[in-house]
Each structure stands twice: as C-alpha cells, then as structure tokens.
Design a protein around this ligand. Structure first.
Ligand SMILES: NC(=O)c1ccc[n+]([C@@H]2O[C@H](COP(=O)([O-])OP(=O)(O)OC[C@H]3O[C@@H](n4cnc5c(N)ncnc54)[C@H](OP(=O)(O)O)[C@@H]3O)[C@@H](O)[C@H]2O)c1
Length: 370
C-alpha cells in the first residue's frame, strides 16, 4: 500500500493549503528547506496539534470536542490491545480537550468499557461518554447477534453502568435497528432510561431515515452514528439532510476508513483476527485504486468530514497517543471550496473503492427504507 505517494497527499503540500504556515514552520525549525514537500506536511501536522481544541454544540447546549475519540480499537477488531498505551491515550485526550468518547458494550465483550472506566471515573465531569447496546459476540466466535428488545436493553444498560462504574451514561445508542422490534418500541424503552436518570441522550447507529423519523416522534434522537468518510458516502443521500432537518448531531464512525485513509495501513501485516481482513474494501482487488486515495495524512481525511457540516462530530479511533495528537490537529486544517472540488474530482477518478462490509455485516444494516 505504500509504494508511491498517494494523490491526496498533494492536498497537504504547504504551498497548496498552508502558504502562511510554511513560513511559520521555517522560523521554528531553521532546516525547513532540507525537507521535501511531503515531509514538510507531516511536520505541519505536528505543529497544528498544539492549537486548543474546538467545540461543537450537541443536544441541550453541551459543548463536545469537534473531534471525539473512538475507543473500539483499544480492545476490539483491529490489531493487538495494549492497555497501558490506551490508558495513556485516554489521559492525553483529557489534556487535549477531547471530551467525547465512544465505546460499546460489545467491544472486547465488555473489556473496552472496563478499560475506559479507569480514566473516566476519576475525570467524570470532563468526559461525555457514549456507549451502545444490542450486539453480542456468538459463543462459537462465528460472528455477532443483534437484539434490540426492551428486555435485553434493560439488562445491557445495567451491565454497561457496572463496567463503566458510573450512574448515568451521557449518550446511549442502539447499535443497530432490530428488524424484529418496532423502532418506536425500542426507543420508547430507551426514553424510560432517560426518565430514570440512567441515560441523558439517545442515539441510533446505522439507522435508515425511516427509522430515524419514526424514532424521533417517540423521543428526541440527539445523535445518529454511521460510517462516513472519503470512501463511504451513502449517508449524504438522505441521512445527513434528515439529521440537519431534525437538529440531530451526525457522528461519523470510521472517518479514516478504518485506517485506510492514513496510508499507513499495511494489509499484508494484519493478523488473521483483524476485522478488516474480511471486508471487501481491504482486499487486493481494490488496493491499487485505494492507494491513490489514501490521504497520507489522517488530518486531511478528518478535516474533510468536519467540513461537511457543523452538526458533524467525527470519532476517529486510536489506541496510540501519537495518532491521537495527530488527529486532534485536524481542527486546524481549513479546506477551501476549491480543495473540496479537487478532492471530488480525484474521488471520481478512482471509483473502484470496494464495499465497506461483507455479507454478514451488511445484513445488520437497517433496510427499513427499502
Ligand atoms: N457504530 C458502529 O457500528 C461502529 C463501527 C465501527 C466503529 N465505530 C466507532 O467509531 C470509532 C472510529 O472508527 P474505527 O476505529 O473503525 O476507524 P477509523 O477511525 O476510521 O480508523 C481507525 C484506524 O486508524 C488508525 N489511525 C487512527 N489515527 C491514525 C493516524 N493519525 N495515523 C495513522 N493511523 C491512524 C488506528 O490505528 P491505531 O489504533 O493503531 O492508532 C485504527 O487502525 C471506533 O473506535 C468506534 O468507537 C462504531
């Protein structure tokens, strides 16, 4: 994947976007002329992380960091867990003002919530914590089952509260829409949790506009979380406009296309257990195409998502301090209309991106629009 400089890298050339910043770097380093343009761009990423975090409005006047922290990979799906580094990453998130943390009960079958609680509990007032219910890993390790029934949800929330060691979850999502449970019934049960003070806000994940609209008539939906990145744009058709119309914050998951958009992902070295091994997009057939689109700099991919609307708060995932600091810097990357236009042209030139999900994962996505 790293044999040549990807086309999107050029959007980060200092003369392209960072004309003024280039001069600033020059005065700080003195040896700036020895670097080639892409190295310079990396350096710019490093200095931009020092800016204070920016915040976006959520729900009832909450201020959430414009970039959240996806905690899944600390315990689940990608690579090998490293709890010590993950704890350090969570502490760095506090230092950087990243106050919107995302987990789910299924990540590491509860281990992710337990891990987060170690930093969350002593810093409870500084963190807006989101978790999700509904998935359980099958006992024989063959995949996942989803259950969105009120009875299951009741048990799931008690377990999440116990693992997180808190009394109230700030944002509680249904991880998927259960085709066997009317969405109004599920959200009605979630609304009971709000009344009881166990949950402050309600969210849906990978929901269709039909489900979002139905749910919103039962109780305000404050967040919709779905995959959204330079490579996954399905939500632009109807979900993003509906979120805007109803005053819902849209939370893009996998804004880096599960690492693909960073141009650091080496598919050949992923362990067999890595979730991405099963997904079409990460296979050989799409490698050449996607190599041209990998942005080389995570900041560009995140900045692009941020530029799509001020009701959007992406949650790039990482278990490493270095990557977290890098991602935090994307709030300073201002993409002008002409850059967005050129990105569109580049995406149109390389359409062989590949499906984001395999058959098993696709089955779990809400199809109630159909
Ligand atoms: N609702 C849902 O169904 C759903 C599904 C998937 C994810 N999510 C949530 O969304 C969050 C983010 O999505 P994601 O983790 O799937 O994908 P992502 O944010 O698109 O990418 C994460 C991957 O990129 C790497 N990475 C992050 N920052 C980097 C940087 N600056 N440079 C190089 N590599 C970098 C991470 O590696 P390291 O970990 O080694 O840093 C990890 O492998 C998750 O953590 C989870 O909370 C929700």
């Amino acid at each position: 994947m790293r044999s040549s400089l990807p086309k999107l890298a050029f959007f980060f050339c200092p003369t392209f976007i960072f004309g003024d910043a280039k001069r600033k770097v020059g005065t700080r380093t003195g040896d700036v002329t020895k670097r080639n343009e892409s190295q310079l761009a990396v350096f710019l990423c490093i200095i931009s992380k020092q800016s204070p975090m920016k915040y976006r409005k959520f729900g009832n006047n909450e201020q959430l960091s414009a970039i959240g922290l996806g905690c899944m990979s600390m315990s689940h799906a990608y690579g090998t867990p490293n709890d010590e580094e993950s704890i350090a990453t969570l502490n760095l998130a506090l230092d950087l003002g990243i106050n919107f943390w995302d987990t789910a009960d299924v990540y590491g079958s509860g281990k992710n919530e337990e891990l987060i609680s170690k930093v969350l509990v002593p810093n409870r007032s500084k963190v807006f914590i989101a978790t999700k219910f509904g998935f359980t890993a099958n006992a024989d390790n063959t995949g996942m089952t989803f259950n969105g029934s009120p009875a299951y949800m009741r048990k799931a929330i008690e377990n999440s509260l116990k693992r997180l060691k808190i009394d109230t979850i700030d944002l509680y999502y249904a991880h998927r829409i259960d085709p066997n449970v009317p969405v109004e019934e599920m959200v009605g049960a979630m609304a009971e949790l709000v009344k009881e003070g166990k949950v402050r806000y309600i969210g849906l994940s990978e929901a269709s506009v039909t489900s979002i609209r139905k749910a919103h008539t039962v109780h305000p939906i404050s967040a919709v979380q779905s995959e959204y990145s330079l490579l996954t744009r399905d939500v632009e058709k109807d979900v993003l406009p509906v979120c805007k119309e109803l005053g819902i914050t849209f939370v893009p998951f996998s804004p880096l296309a599960r690492g693909l958009m960073t141009n650091t992902l080496n598919l050949a070295t992923l362990p067999d257990t890595d979730f991405r091994k099963k997904l079409p997009r990460y296979q050989q057939a799409h490698q050449e195409n996607n190599q041209q689109l990998a942005s080389a700099f995570a900041q560009l991919a995140i900045a692009w998502v941020l530029a799509q609307g001020d009701n959007i708060i992406p949650i790039p995932g990482t278990k490493k301090r270095k990557n977290l600091a890098d991602n935090a810097g994307s709030i300073d990357v201002q993409l002008q209309p002409r850059h967005l236009q050129e990105i569109e042209e580049l995406l149109a030139k390389y359409p062989n991106v590949g499906d984001r999900y395999d058959e098993a994962s696709r089955k779990m996505v809400d199809k109630s629009n159909a």
